[in-house]
Design a protein around this ligand. Structure first.
Ligand SMILES: [Fe+2]
Ligand SMILES: [Fe+2]
Length: 287
């Protein structure tokens, strides 16, 4: 990974990470509680949006769902960040990762802080972090080049999905300022991570291709990433959040929603940046 353009991008992103650096422990106002009669999550981002199940909920129940789905969203972030930190830490300053290691320090530092503010939100306002369901299919045993590519592809796709929600939540003036601030600040840091990840994933993919990848291997990669995206979207449908909202039989609701055409169309919109990116680098997905 000695690409000159990649090095320039890393230098620029590291410089920006330094100049934009903020103390997360003093940046946020954490009011003792958030208004229970307001939306905490934009209604159009809720897992029931666009379906008859949203219409069947009383207004107060829809707002309750928005509270628990916001706790679910930040819980997903906590678990996703832990997984990506483990993978990046395993690679920093190891052979093959000399070039991005300097930026990895910014990345790991920032993600540690993101995990802290997302966990703080969950515990302070929800009294819980929803436990992690194993995200996505287990990657088959494979050579390190392929594993490196899949690890950073997963990280990028996760960050792109989260960013879709962050951008929407930060701009939604129905939401409490603390909620908007959390999402705005996370989006600012993530714009660097996503610019970095897109370049790194493309380079790792080119390396993998150069090493020789047959049609069957390419199809396996494409299937794996498609499964990862589906599993990521499915994690927004949490039976525990339905239960906390007071909806009975959340498991059945989850199943019905996951097959609902309006929800499948919503997933396509959330995933568009990711699927466009993968298509651009030569990995079309069949979702
Ligand atoms: Fe983050
Ligand atoms: Fe990130």
């Amino acid at each position: 990974m000695t690409d000159a353009g990649f090095q320039r991008l890393l230098d620029r992103l590291s410089a920006r990470a330094s100049s934009d650096y903020y103390n997360p422990y003093t940046t946020f106002d954490w009011p003792p509680s958030l208004p229970a009669d307001e939306f905490w999550f934009s209604p159009e981002l809720l897992s029931v949006h666009g379906t008859q199940y949203a219409e069947n909920l009383a207004p107060a129940q829809l707002r309750a769902l928005s509270r628990w789905e916001s706790v679910n969203f930040y819980s997903l972030n906590v678990h996703g960040i832990r997984e990506l930190l483990i993978e990046v830490m395993r690679r920093v300053h190891t052979p093959g990762f000399e070039t991005p290691s300097e930026f990895f320090h910014h990345f790991m530092g920032e993600e540690n802080e993101h995990m802290w503010f997302f966990a703080t939100f969950c515990l302070k306002y929800g009294g819980r972090i929803y436990p992690s369901k194993k995200l996505g299919p287990a990657a088959p045993a494979q050579d390190p080049r392929r594993e490196n590519f899949l690890v950073f592809a997963r990280i990028l796709l996760f960050e792109q999905i989260v960013d879709h929600y962050n951008v929407h939540l930060a701009a939604d003036d129905r939401l409490h300022p603390t909620i908007r601030q959390l999402n705005r600040i996370h989006h600012q840091d993530e714009s660097r991570h996503i610019a970095f990840g897109a370049r790194l994933v493309q380079l790792l993919w080119e390396r993998l291709l150069a090493a020789g990848l047959d049609a069957e291997d390419r199809a396996a990669v494409s299937h794996y990433l498609a499964d990862y995206l589906s599993a990521s979207m499915a994690s927004f449908y949490n039976p525990a959040a339905y239960r906390d909202t007071g909806i009975s039989d959340g498991f059945a609701l989850r199943g019905r929603l996951l097959n609902h055409p309006a929800r499948r169309a919503a997933h396509e919109r959330v995933l568009r940046k990711s699927t466009d990116f993968l298509t651009r680098i030569g990995i079309p997905l069949a979702l």
